[in-house]
Design a protein around this ligand. Structure first.
Ligand code: ZN
Length: 62
């Protein structure tokens, strides 16, 4: 899969339906074929980046 943020293929799997982009350091989770994106803040909390993407961009294509 490709990162919807930077289009990098440098995406690693970190859990069940959870992925991490090593290029732009965002976390992704996949639900029902849609990629949800999160940024890990300095304090360790997650903030959603989904507002930045159209749903088409977030649809999982493999
Ligand atoms: Zn990325």
């Amino acid at each position: 899969m490709k990162c919807p943020n930077c289009n990098s293929k440098d995406v690693g799997k970190i859990g069940v339906n959870q992925f991490y982009c090593w290029n732009c350091f965002i976390e992704m989770s996949v639900m029902k074929g849609i990629i949800n994106t999160h940024q890990v803040e300095e304090d360790g909390s997650l903030s959603s980046l989904d507002d930045l993407f159209e749903e088409d961009d977030r649809r999982l294509s493999m």
